[in-house]
Design a protein around this ligand. Structure first.
Ligand SMILES: CC(C)(COP(=O)(O)OP(=O)(O)OC[C@H]1O[C@@H](n2cnc3c(N)ncnc32)[C@H](O)[C@@H]1OP(=O)(O)O)[C@@H](O)C(=O)NCCC(=O)NCCS
Length: 149
C-alpha cells in the first residue's frame, strides 16, 4: 500500500472512535491482559489521529496533549499487528507533530517503550533518561524533541 496516499485524521464517527480505541487497547494493553480503562480522563483535551486503510481498517493511532504553554506529550502510539515497519507510525507521528506546531508548542516529550526507542530516535527524539516500568516489565524511557517552527 502506498503510505503517502494515507492521511491521518481525527476519527469521524462513533464507528471510527471505536476502531481507534480498540486498536490502541489491542496493541498496548491486551498482550499484558492489563486491567484499566480503555479511555483516559483527558481524551477530550487531546488531539487524536487515526490512519485508516481504504476499507476502513484502523492501521495506526496516536494522540497528543498539551502539558503547558510550550510543551506537549505524545501518548498511545500503536500500529496494527502485521502493519508495523511499513512507515505508518512515522506518518502518524509526523501528523501529531504538525498538530503540535499548529498549537504553538515548541517541545514534545514522550515515554517510549524500550522496543520503540530506535523508532523515536530515527524520528529525531533524544533519549533523556530511563523512566518507569509498566506492568512490572515494560521499561520506558523519557524522550524529547524540539520542534522547528
Ligand atoms: C513503535 C511503532 C509505533 C513504530 O511504528 P511503525 O509503523 O512500525 O514504524 P515505521 O515503519 O514508521 O518505522 C520507521 C523507522 O523507525 C525505525 N524502527 C521502527 N520500529 C523499530 C524497531 N522495533 N526497532 C528498530 N527500529 C525501528 C526504523 O528505522 C524504521 O525504518 P525501517 O523499517 O525502514 O528500518 C510500532 O511499531 C508499534 O505500534 N509497535 C508496538 C507498540 C509500541 O511499542 N508502541 C509505542 C509505545 S511507546
Amino acid at each position: 500500500m502506498n503510505t503517502l496516499a494515507l492521511t491521518p485524521r481525527e476519527p469521524r464517527d462513533p464507528t471510527e472512535w471505536e476502531r481507534y480505541y480498540a486498536l490502541r487497547w489491542r496493541i498496548l494493553r491486551a498482550p499484558w491482559q492489563a486491567d484499566g480503562p480503555e479511555r483516559e480522563d483527558d481524551e477530550d483535551d487531546s488531539v487524536h489521529r487515526l490512519l485508516c486503510a481504504p476499507d476502513g481498517t484502523a492501521l495506526a493511532v496516536g494522540r497528543l496533549h498539551r502539558l503547558d504553554q510550550r510543551r506537549g506529550q505524545i501518548r498511545f502510539m500503536a500500529v496494527a499487528e502485521g502493519e508495523q515497519r511499513k512507515g505508518y507510525g512515522s506518518v502518524l507521528l509526523e501528523s501529531l507533530e504538525q498538530a503540535a506546531r499548529e498549537l504553538g508548542l515548541q517541545q514534545l516529550i514522550l515515554q517510549a517503550r524500550e522496543q520503540a526507542v530506535p523508532f523515536y530516535q530515527q524520528r529525531g527524539y533524544e533519549l533523556v533518561e530511563k523512566s518507569f516500568l509498566l506492568f512490572d516489565r515494560i521499561q520506558h524511557y523519557l524522550m524529547r524533541k524540539h520542534l522547528e517552527a
